[in-house]
Design a protein around this ligand. Structure first.
Ligand code: PRX
Length: 629
């Protein structure tokens, strides 16, 4: 077994040879000619000349050795259903879906927007797109009409795939009315909408536009749709994520580099083996769902579980019961979910046979030590924190036990993964910070390794300006996270440098929430900040200035307005964006040049020292917030 440091060093110093070897992990129709073309930085073109297909690598490739092994397990504790699909069956369903999409006019390079609950058909749709070379754009089902509309507008899909409804905590959440609203708001109109009817909610069908999956399924039953061999650099999907501005960015991923990176990570990081079962509790609407519910495990020949439901329903043992039933070996979740489980009866951790499970990976937000300790003690398994981003597509920092076993350190997601030339930079000078325990901005020297974002969908300039221009005169990728590194090379993440907040592992832009609240007729200005929360990691707090305060005479009227604003956020962004509180002030803390002092507001909300306030225009503004908190 090579030592990890040498493995990592080689991935940087002998980059092309390293990744040429990794490329052998997947099937190619045509072998790549150039491993990495970085002649036009920061745009990296991986495996040029190669042609391949993600769906082939995830599904067809396994038909030879494991056709009757389970590939997909769709479990819903919302509808009390459990359905398994072998690789052969998955292959058939994906081809039927691919035939349906072709029938509706989708062609290679076209976008297909997928707005779906966690049902098997969502995975069929993703894989079907990959199969025919269409670019999918999955939008998290928790987003409401305005968020959905902006993504439809940007992705300009030929077809939207959706469903009548999802369900959460036993409550039906209709999707179709939100989709109809979004389609009315968007200036882009798809040619067709493909709808899966779960018979959870009534669906109004628009003639000529809306098609039912059931009838297309019958029509294309037994369809044979060969994989379209696409260039390694052909976009496989876009996934929208929040940043500093109100407009979400379409993170664009390639095909060949992504397949190689996932295949490598499955062995070196997750240590998952073909024939075993992988259980990621995430949602297909997030990057974890793309990489480690759908593509990664399937590429590795593992069965993957898609779970619809809460972690505590019917009780807090549900996930562990699935581990027992399907002999899960690798599990992936988020710290928030573990904090939720921590509030349940600890005996639930002991009720099921968890002997198959080797490790639990946690990502998406900081893993606090008490939570890590609790789950580590309770399970008696490796708990592996891993740090990455929608942009990277696979872990940037963790430990690669499949290369060389390394200890975890509580509070640290780990060391730099191979392919990532990670550095810490001094924010003020842009100089690299050497030595231990210095706080800096976590950056990655280009080229980004395979699997990372290629660009921002249809906006190369935004890719360059957003990610690569934070240090004057230097072209380095900024993660927008603060971090330190200890003497052993372990990193510690200290929070975002921008206006992104992380609520229960969900990445949200405070600007998006502010833009939405500003749309209320009686709000003139608003500041949204993330405030530390013991359960969700962070929650959003809003401070708003009202235009006409004459109606705000007592708590009752203030509550009423707060309720209206929350409803507005629910309806346009979705409940995930809803602030924990909306408080009313007469003035917001700003610098004399008019810049909102979000960081000072956040500090006051968290009971910390707001720091240097000499540039603040009106000191009473911060006092109002202090009084409210
Ligand atoms: O701030 C970091 C935080 O989540 C951000 C990325 O979120 P997202 O694009 O949704 O991707 C999540 C992929 C797992 C990062 O910039 N973050 C992610 N993982 C960790 C983390 N913060 C601390 N520890 C982590 N393990």
């Amino acid at each position: 077994m090579p030592d990890y440091q040498a493995f990592h060093r080689r991935s940087i110093d002998d980059r092309d040879a390293f990744w040429a070897e990794q490329a052998n992990r997947i099937d190619w129709q045509t072998q790549p000619q150039t491993i990495c073309d970085y002649s036009n930085p920061p745009f990296a073109r991986w495996f040029e000349g190669g042609t391949t297909n993600l769906c082939h690598n995830a599904v067809d490739r396994h038909l030879k050795d494991r056709p009757d092994q389970i590939a997909l397990i769709a479990v819903s504790t919302e509808t009390d259903t459990e359905q398994t699909y072998t690789f052969r069956q998955l292959h058939a369903h994906v081809q039927t879906m691919a035939a349906a999409l072709l029938d509706l006019g989708v062609r290679k390079g076209d976008r297909v927007l997928i707005y779906m609950p966690m049902v098997a058909e969502a995975a069929f749709a993703m894989l079907a797109c990959a199969r025919i070379g269409a670019i999918h754009s999955v939008v998290f089902g928790g987003f409401a009409s305005v968020s959905l509309a902006s993504r439809i507008e940007d992705a300009s899909p030929v077809v939207v795939v959706s469903a009548d409804a999802g369900s959460r905590g036993g409550k039906v959440v209709p999707y179709k009315p939100l989709l109809d609203e979004a389609l009315a708001l968007s200036s882009h109109k798809p040619q067709a909408v493909l709808l899966v009817d779960r018979q959870l909610a009534p669906m109004a069908m628009t003639a000529g536009r809306d098609h039912s999956w059931a009838s297309l399924q019958t029509k294309h039953h037994n369809a044979v749709v060969p994989c379209e061999w696409v260039d390694a650099t052909h976009p496989s999907y876009t996934l929208y994520t929040s940043g500093t501005t109100g407009k979400p960015k379409g993170v664009q991923r390639d095909t060949g580099g992504y397949a190689v990176a996932l295949a490598a990570s499955m062995e070196t990081i997750f240590c998952g083996k073909a024939g075993e079962t992988y259980f990621s509790t995430s949602d297909i609407g997030w990057v974890v769902g793309h990489s480690y519910i759908v593509y990664g495990p399937l590429i590795a020949g593992m069965a993957t579980i898609m779970y619809e439901g809460l972690p505590i329903r019917p009780d807090g043992g549900i996930w562990w019961s699935l581990v027992e039933k399907y002999k899960v070996t690798v599990m992936f979740s988020a710290p928030t979910a573990i904090r939720v489980l921590k509030k349940q009866d600890p005996a639930l951790l002991k009720r099921y046979d968890l002997s198959s499970l080797r490790a639990l990976f946690l990502a998406g937000e900081p893993l606090d030590e008490p939570t890590a300790q609790w789950i580590s003690d309770g399970l008696g398994k490796d708990i592996i924190d891993n740090y990455w981003q929608t942009e990277s597509g696979w872990p940037i920092l963790t430990i690669a036990n499949g290369v060389e076993k390394a200890p975890s350190k509580f509070g640290s997601p780990g060391i730099a993964m191979y392919g990532y030339d990670v550095k810490l930079l001094d924010e003020a000078t842009g100089e690299e910070l050497h030595g231990a325990d210095k706080k800096g901005v976590l950056v990655i020297e280009g080229p980004l390794p395979p699997g990372c974002m290629q660009t921002v969908w249809q906006d190369d300039a935004r890719f360059v300006n957003t990610y690569w221009k934070s240090v004057p005169g230097k072209l380095v990728y900024s993660t927008f996270d603060w971090a330190t590194r200890d003497k052993d090379g372990y990193y510690f993440i200290l929070g975002r440098t921008d206006d992104v907040i992380n609520v229960a592992g969900h990445r949200l832009g405070t600007r998006e929430i502010e833009e939405c609240i500003s749309g209320h007729p009686n709000i003139s200005e608003v500041a949204v900040v993330g405030v530390a929360d013991t359960l969700k990691g962070q929650v959003a707090m809003a401070f708003a200035v009202v235009k006409d305060a004459s109606g705000l005479v007592d708590d009752k009227s203030r509550f009423a307005l707060e309720g209206e604003i929350m409803k507005l956020v629910d309806q346009s962004i979705g409940a995930i964006g809803r602030p924990a509180r909306v408080r009313f002030v007469t003035v917001l803390p700003k610098t004399r040049s008019g810049k909102l002092l979000r960081r000072a507001i956040q500090a006051v909300c968290e009971g910390r020292d707001p720091g240097d306030l000499t540039t603040m225009e009106d000191p009473s503004a911060l006092q109002q917030i202090r009084d409210l908190m």
